[in-house]
Unconditional design. Structure first.
Length: 464
């Protein structure tokens, strides 16, 4: 008859009995009746109550939630011939069985004095400590019980900590795999990005961005923000980013792309209150012009050579994805209109384009202030940093750091910011160097020198 396995609660009494009375379950079968549990003294007001089980079946019934420690006689038979035959001559079969049915309880192994090796093996298998029958007294047993309970509590805490770390590492690997890798091979544009989720101990938030270059040479850039910054919003942001990349590589753009993304959002969001803002920029192959589309998102900031940074026009922006009624978008498209008009922008030869989410501009301007930085404050901050000669990665790092310092601590919202820039002079020099390397003729190898015969006489010998 199999031994019933009692239900284990989430936390055993051994994990929560700080200063409380302890309960000891003794599992032993002494036919002669010579084994008795010594009287246990109360230490610091803590008493030890004792229960006794004569076999594993009875122990299973007595193993309730309030048991803190188990004292197991290693000489106890398993109580099942079938189980004994299956486990062979394993002297610790009973202990292993107890450890299986009581994985969260402290266990003390009781054995004879001449079984020191068996006792040490019991600890290696999983017992917290061992005791010899002949040396057992109340004070030693009381101390061993408390030691075993504390050690089990520490083991459980360490196990939980290890599991937590492993889950955190796995989540980090998963989130890193979901972060975008820009596809800009063959482009003259330089790319930099900074991402700071609002959730603690996370790599992903509700903000998302991506950059791809299609075969015709057009560079497509996108940045967006799902309202909220929890794990559900992070998952939705990843779905929208992947959908945008797939649709862009498939050749969709403008209304067709945004209306499809809105359908993805409507199908994947948990409630109708969830929406997402979006900003897309499509840069022509020559890098001098771009198409700008805003769906409830703040306008990018552009810097041209020798001029101060300023915001691109945003008067023609449309609503965020998910805010339009389900039938409003098809009706607008059939009528020849569009909720998200595409605006053409002249970029020029050399420029830097800064795209960001509202986490960068909604921080406070002082620890005790209620005023937000806003777009105007961000533009002034970027211009000061540009005047200091900051560019690329250094500019983004300085911007995010200063926004956090102005806020007086970590920002509660997600922050994503990316920078694309084109240096016409750098491109011209690189092209000129490439042209020179192609036009300079390579030196031809010298012709092989004629060598004199090793034997001069043979040179004068007439042919046969």
């Amino acid at each position: 008859m199999p031994v019933p396995v009692p239900q284990q609660r989430a936390a055993s009494a051994a994990e929560t009995s700080h200063g409380a009375d302890l309960t000891l379950l003794v599992i032993e079968d002494d036919p002669a009746g010579t084994f008795t549990v010594p009287e246990l003294p109360a230490t610091a007001g803590t008493r030890v109550r004792v229960r006794t089980a004569r076999n594993l079946t009875e122990a299973g019934r007595l193993l309730t939630d309030d048991v803190d420690c188990i004292l197991l006689d290693l000489a106890l038979p398993t109580g099942s011939e079938a189980r004994s035959a299956a486990e062979g001559a394993d002297e610790l079969a009973t202990l292993k069985h107890v450890l299986r049915i009581a994985p969260r309880h402290a266990v003390l192994a009781l054995t004879a004095e001449d079984d020191a090796e068996l006792a040490a093996e019991a600890v290696r298998v999983g017992a917290q400590d061992y005791l010899f029958r002949g040396e057992l007294d109340g004070r030693l047993l009381s101390r061993a019980i408390r030691y075993a309970v504390e050690r089990k509590r520490a083991d459980v805490a360490q196990h939980q900590l290890t599991e937590s770390r492993l889950r955190a590492q796995e989540n980090a690997r998963l989130e890193r795999g979901l972060l975008p890798t820009p596809l800009l091979e063959g482009s003259d544009l330089r790319f930099a990005a900074r991402y700071r989720p609002g959730r603690s101990r996370a790599l992903l938030g509700g903000d998302f961005y991506d950059t791809v270059r299609t075969p015709d040479g057009t560079v497509h850039v996108m940045i967006g923000d799902v309202c909220g910054h929890g794990p559900d919003e992070a998952a939705l942001g990843v779905e929208l980013r992947i959908a945008w990349r797939a649709l862009t590589l498939a050749g969709l753009c403008g209304d067709e792309l945004l209306s499809t993304l809105q359908q993805v959002l409507e199908h994947e969001r948990e409630s109708e209150e969830i929406f997402a803002t979006l900003c897309t920029v499509d840069i022509t192959p020559d890098g001098r012009r771009a198409g700008l589309c805003l769906a409830g998102h703040p306008a990018p900031l552009i810097t041209r050579h020798g001029r101060a940074a300023h915001l691109l026009p945003y008067e023609d922006g449309g609503p965020a994805l998910g805010l339009l009624p389900r039938n409003a978008l098809p009706q607008a498209l059939r009528a020849g209109g569009t909720p998200w008009p595409l605006r053409q922008v002249d970029l020029g030869g050399s420029w830097s384009l800064l795209m960001y989410t509202d986490g960068l501009i909604e921080g406070r301007v002082g620890p005790d202030s209620t005023q937000r930085l806003g777009q105007d404050g961000m533009v002034a901050m970027i211009n000061r940093q540009l005047a200091q000669g900051l560019t690329g990665e250094d500019l983004l790092e300085a911007a995010v750091t200063q926004v956090r310092e102005l806020n007086g601590g970590e920002l509660t919202d997600d922050v994503a910011v990316l920078l694309l820039d084109r240096d016409q002079e750098h491109i011209r020099r690189r092209g000129l160097n490439a042209h020179r390397s192609r036009s300079i003729p390579r030196p031809r190898p010298e012709p092989a020198a004629l060598t004199a015969p090793a034997n001069p006489a043979s040179a004068q010998r007439p042919p046969l």
